[in-house]
Design a protein around this ligand. Structure first.
Ligand code: GLC
Length: 573
């Protein structure tokens, strides 16, 4: 009998652990400021093809990721976002999903995935998957059914239309990957819509069955222990049902088609209904939703949090990635706009679609120093940073030089104006041995030339490396209360070269961050009256190419792109 009660007890505990959290339980997970784990986490994006190859086929895999968990934990990463690792014909390298509830054999098995989740947990690392709601692969069984006949029950799961009487596509919309968004399917003589490649037909989110099926796919992964999703291309979920032509803009795009103002096939208001549905489900599992939210300005970004904060907890601010170079006034203005808008910022400086920040912001002379400055900025601003693998060692873009070497179809189609995204997707640089230690086989993309100097093994040994700067700065996010919840205070707002700010917690402890965004030496006297009493003293936390007189009110001298961070234990005036 006693045994029975012990067993019953164990069962109840196990059921509680598996049952989705109730609203009350979720609230308990919030801190005094109403924040949850992801507000204080450091996220790390992994492009699985390129991170670590465990079986020598030249392509990374899940076991490879599992083998690097110690490294990620030591770096200070709290969550990894893995770009799509589901079965896929790999036309868009995984963003053309042919089965949402399995793992592509190229990356391993569901067992490998479960092992990754379990081992990551022992490293205090959460797993975020990439969910592609806008489109499936044209090889997905749903699309194969849909295209089979006009009367197939799944016909309306995608967007099918007749062409114009002259045989032309239904309207003038052009794909972001080149050409018309419409492809004629000979089986039924109708066109189907695809915002991206023809092999990526758009789902019809106005069909309730599609909504249900897609939410079920998300649930499948929540039950397997994922802590959330990065949502792909959410701007493009809906299209105008009347298919009105987009107004044309001057000039041609990189593929030679007229530029358009995409008002009828992007950012339609219905997107927000879907975000709310996804959020409701995420809340059942205490999960986080990160959005690939390409916005023109901060106010558009604000909309993605939801009027009642009931949409995405983490819409990505991708605007910083569009700043062509470092500029104190430009960055200051953007950060001020973010702060004024409210919401918890989500900073991104590179990803698998964007030229790496090392190459984009580098000047060819001070590249490592610039990488350190960029790291300090986005790790210490108020918000959550999402790193891109290799950023922490200063990986550079390695763009293809010849069209025949290009893997990304976009680059083959648009060459030479559009060279594709291979350059930012090259293998992770683990050491200075052949293939940078990424694979024992032939890597699917060539390793970037700087791997001899910029790799994990070499940089781990050098206290002044970019990698060790990242480790230190990430550590400060954990050890300094002001960097956790502290408010942002802009300092020296008129300085054309130096971006300076303080983070200050409610008890008055502050961290000041001073970044010389110019290629000439600068010396600054900070407006410390905004932060501390005149007698307050500063303790240097990080000084790279920077010096300060011991008193915080003193002058800080910065070399080109110098970085200075100090703690100020202050009594406020
Ligand atoms: C997103 C992904 C990109 C992909 C596209 C289509 O922008 O980041 O890599 O090609 O969606 O799925």
């Amino acid at each position: 009998m006693k045994k029975f009660w012990v067993l019953a007890g164990i069962l109840v505990i196990a059921m509680c652990a598996l049952t989705p959290r109730s609203g009350a339980q979720q609230k308990e997970r919030k801190d005094a400021a109403g924040h949850e784990w992801f507000n204080h986490a450091v996220f790390y994006e992994i492009y699985p093809r390129s991170f670590a190859d465990s079986n020598g086929d030249g392509v990374g895999d899940l076991k490879g990721i599992t083998s690097k968990l110690d490294y990620l934990q030591h770096l200070g990463v709290d969550a990894i976002w893995i770009t799509p690792c589901f079965p896929s014909p790999q036309v868009d390298f995984g963003y053309d999903v042919s089965d949402y509830e399995a793992i592509d054999p190229m990356y391993g098995t569901l067992d490998d995935f479960d092992e990754l989740v379990a081992k990551a947990k022992t490293h205090n690392i959460k797993i975020i998957l990439d969910f592609v709601p806008n489109h499936t692969s044209d090889q997905h069984k749903w699309f194969l059914e849909s295209k089979s006949s006009k009367t197939n029950p799944k016909r309306d799961w995608y967007i099918w239309r007749d062409g114009k009487p002259n045989g032309q596509p239904p309207n003038n919309w052009t794909s972001t990957f080149g050409g018309s968004t419409w492809t004629l399917d000979p089986t039924t003589g109708q066109y189907y819509y695809h915002y991206f490649y023809a092999q990526q037909p758009d789902l019809n989110w106005r069909n309730p069955e599609v909504r249900k099926a897609m939410l079920d796919c998300m649930r499948f992964w929540y039950k397997r222990g994922v802590a959330g999703f990065r949502l792909d291309a959410v701007d493009t979920l809906f299209e105008d049902p009347d298919l009105k032509d987009n107004p044309l803009l001057p000039g041609l795009d990189k593929f030679g088609f007229p530029n358009e103002h995409e008002i009828y096939n992007k950012k339609l208001p219905e997107v927000h209904d879907v975000m709310r549905d996804m959020r409701k489900l995420a809340d059942e599992y205490n999960a986080v939703l990160i959005g690939e939210t390409w916005t023109a300005n901060v106010s558009e970004l604000r909309d993605y949090y939801g009027e009642k904060n009931d949409e995405l907890q983490m819409p990505m601010d991708l605007m910083l990635t569009q700043f062509p170079k470092l500029s104190a006034p430009l960055f200051r203005e953007h950060i001020t706009a973010l702060e004024d808008a409210g919401g918890w910022p989500v900073f991104v400086i590179s990803n698998h679609d964007i030229v790496r920040s090392y190459t984009r912001w580098g000047d060819g002379k001070n590249d490592d120093q610039i990488a350190k400055l960029a790291a300090t900025m986005y790790m210490l601003l108020r918000g959550t940073p999402i790193m891109y693998y290799g950023e922490e060692i200063g990986m550079e873009n390695n763009d293809p030089k010849r069209k025949e070497d290009v893997q990304d179809p976009q680059g083959r189609r648009g060459w030479p104006k559009e060279i594709g995204r291979d350059g930012e997707r090259t293998p992770m640089q683990w050491n200075d041995r052949p293939n940078a230690g990424f694979t024992t086989g032939k890597p699917w993309l060539p390793v970037a030339p700087n791997y001899k100097t910029h790799n994990v093994a070499t940089e781990s040994k050098n206290p002044d490396s970019i990698l060790n700067l990242y480790r230190k700065i990430i550590g400060l996010r954990g050890s300094e209360p002001a960097l956790r919840e502290g408010k942002y205070i802009a300092l020296n707002g008129d300085d054309a070269n130096v971006l300076a700010f303080a983070r200050q917690d409610i008890r008055g402890s502050s961290v000041i961050v001073v970044l010389n965004m110019s290629d000439s030496p600068q010396s600054v006297k900070l407006e410390m009256s905004k932060v501390a009493a005149p007698s307050a003293r500063a303790t240097t936390l990080v000084a790279v190419g920077a010096k300060s007189s011991a008193e915080v009110m003193g002058t800080i001298s910065l070399e080109p792109y110098g970085v200075y961070v100090a703690k100020v234990d202050s009594r406020l005036r």
